[in-house]
Design a protein around this ligand. Structure first.
Ligand code: MG
Length: 449
């Protein structure tokens, strides 16, 4: 489990754990790891961003690395800039969807893909060792400031084109998406109404895009007679969508719709998703001649699969979408352009959504001390056969068993002392019956672990 990066890194509160001292060390460690070269650095809108960015850049410079400081930047723009400038790495200072007092550091590869847990581990070892490279006075790095927004929009408009113009309400949650997403939508020829788009570091809604946090967006879509509402989390690597009737579109439905649209756009191909995504995607993608491939949970796993084995689209049921023809960085802003293109070609979302099959999804948490997780999972993997009749067992991340009628995923939380159960079935009754059995199995496994 990572200490400074990933989910556990992001949870560190600035004034307690993620201090400017640590950011300095991360900068030194990354410079040592890269041993020269160039790094793009961007941050989201949080009040601690500039402080952490300055410290991180200072660390990078001390090792002789050249820095391109793109300042306030949504994660996908940083990912774009890495490739635009041919950098050796990129860094985003962001806590994604977490509250304003949190922050985190995420590192990216030259191809726009996030650092893998293994690479983060190597960086963490250097941070802990304190054995940093030190450049002599005449080789200390320099900083160049740049704004890649114009190029981002220009390139995006080469890939996405609309025949008509639409009214789009955009809610960036006062996050980093504020400085790019409305402009891309305008570039597409749309009429854009922005709400919550002041990149102030003070958030007026929960940054996690969901039906509750996007109620103002939904109301505005209705009041303005807009065709769609688009929302982002704090660093805009994710997208939440409100349809033309002012309803939040469930993530699973949106995932299916966009995968289906891209299948139509790019022809047949593979759609990559994670083990916690539902059946609707499989059914919908298969009906359009495509194939679904599942990976571990997390955008890095999805990007790795796309980079290794190809595919036309990668997406998680959290609204994190990777469009490999564009970049391997999850990009909620480019995703917004694709959503408009889908509406332009296929019609309003409220109508399209009717094509997507619906299932009943249930989620539960069972308390489980961290030290019992491994043993409990072993017991669950062994005992599922006695409790359930299933066709397939997938154990790439937790244990997922499935049938043509339902699936259940047992997975220990990476950050909390709990076991998660996620399941899906065709009827409410079946879902409840399965959940009862699943919870009993998990409780028993934890007791015996
Ligand atoms: Mg995010």
């Amino acid at each position: 489990m990572g200490k400074y990066f990933g989910t556990s890194g992001i949870r560190e509160v600035v004034n307690e754990k993620l201090t400017s001292e640590l950011a300095l060390r991360v900068g030194k460690a990354l410079g040592t790891y890269l041993d020269g070269g160039m790094v793009v650095v961007g941050k989201d809108t949080r009040t601690s961003g500039e402080m952490l960015k300055s410290a991180l850049i200072s660390g990078l410079l001390s090792t002789g690395v050249e820095v391109i400081d793109i300042g306030l930047s949504p994660t996908p723009l940083t990912g774009f800039a890495i490739r635009l400038y041919g950098a050796d790495a990129g860094v985003t200072i962001t806590a994604s969807h977490n509250p304003p007092e949190y922050n985190g550091i995420k590192v990216w590869q030259p191809n726009g893909m996030a650092y893998t847990p293994e690479m983060e581990g190597e960086l963490e070892a250097i941070i802990d060792s304190g054995d940093f490279k030190r450049a002599p006075w005449n080789e200390i790095g320099t900083v160049r400031r740049a704004d890649p927004r114009g190029k981002y929009i220009k390139r995006a408009l080469k890939m996405v084109e609309l025949e008509s113009s639409y009214t789009v309400v955009l809610d960036a949650g006062n996050g980093a998406g504020s400085i790019l997403s409305p402009y891309l939508q305008r570039g597409l020829g749309n009429k854009v109404i922005s709400i919550n788009s002041h990149p102030s570091g003070f958030f007026v809604r929960d940054l996690e895009p969901n039906a509750k946090s996007l109620s103002a967006l939904a109301k505005t879509v209705k009041a303005m007679g807009a065709e769609v509402g688009i929302a982002h989390d704090g660093d805009a690597d994710r997208i939440g969508v409100v349809d033309d009737e002012g309803n939040f579109v469930e993530y699973e439905v949106m995932l299916s719709l966009i995968a289906g649209y891209l299948l139509r756009k790019f022809g047949k191909g593979k759609v990559v998703t994670t083990v916690d995504a539902g059946f609707a995607l499989d059914d919908y993608v298969k009906s359009l001649g495509g194939e679904v491939v599942r990976t571990r949970v997390g955008d890095v796993a999805v990007a790795e699969e796309l980079a290794k084995n190809g595919g036309i689209f990668g997406g998680e049921p959290s609204g994190t979408w990777i469009i490999p023809q564009w970049n391997l960085t999850p990009d909620g802003i480019f995703a917004g352009a694709l959503v408009l293109e889908m509406i332009d070609k296929l019609g309003p979302i409220s109508e399209l959504a009717k094509e997507v099959p619906r299932y009943v999804t249930l989620r539960a948490k069972v308390p489980c001390p961290n030290e019992r997780k491994t043993k409990a999972m072993e017991i669950i993997a062994r005992e599922v056969l006695k409790t359930f009749e299933y066709k397939r067992l997938i154990d790439i991340d937790g244990v997922r068993i499935e049938n043509d009628e339902w699936w259940i995923l047992f997975r220990p939380s990476g950050t909390e002392p709990i076991m998660r159960i996620t399941l899906e079935a065709r009827t409410e009754e079946k879902a409840k019956e399965l959940m009862e059995k699943a919870e009993r199995l998990v409780r028993e496994a934890i007791r015996r672990a």
